[in-house]
Every structure is written in structure tokens, then in C-alpha cells.
Design a protein around this ligand. Structure first.
Ligand code: ZN
Length: 62
């Protein structure tokens, strides 16, 4: 089961998304993206929660 995060669900208009088996890795990449692309130099707990709540399980669409 893959976990997926679409930045556009948090930052309207952003096309970036990431996908990984591990939620922790999705979080890590998302935080890195926030920092590098959206200039969020300070990642607050509320941001972490916002990202986590938007991570979706991706069903295998075979
Ligand atoms: Zn983004």
C-alpha cells in the first residue's frame, strides 16, 4: 500500500506530489518540499499535522 501526498491539497495550485510506502518518508519529502519550494523555513507542528492529515492511502489501481 502506497501513501501519497499532494501538495495542492495544502497549497492550492501546487502540482507537486510524492508517494512512498513509508509515511515517515512521505513526511520527510513533504517537509523538504515546503522548505525548498514554499520558503517554510520554520516547520511548525501545525504544518506537520496539516501534511499528515492530507496523506492518502493509494489503492493499487491494477
Ligand atoms: Zn508545493
Amino acid at each position: 500500500m502506497m501513501k501519497e501526498f499532494h501538495c495542492g491539497s495544502l497549497v492550492p495550485g501546487c502540482e507537486w506530489h510524492t508517494r512512498h510506502e513509508e509515511e515517515a518518508e512521505v513526511m520527510r519529502r513533504a517537509v523538504e518540499h515546503m522548505r525548498e519550494v514554499h520558503g517554510e523555513t520554520i516547520i511548525r507542528e501545525s504544518m506537520i499535522e496539516a501534511i499528515r492529515s492530507r496523506i492518502v492511502q493509494q489503492q493499487d489501481a491494477a
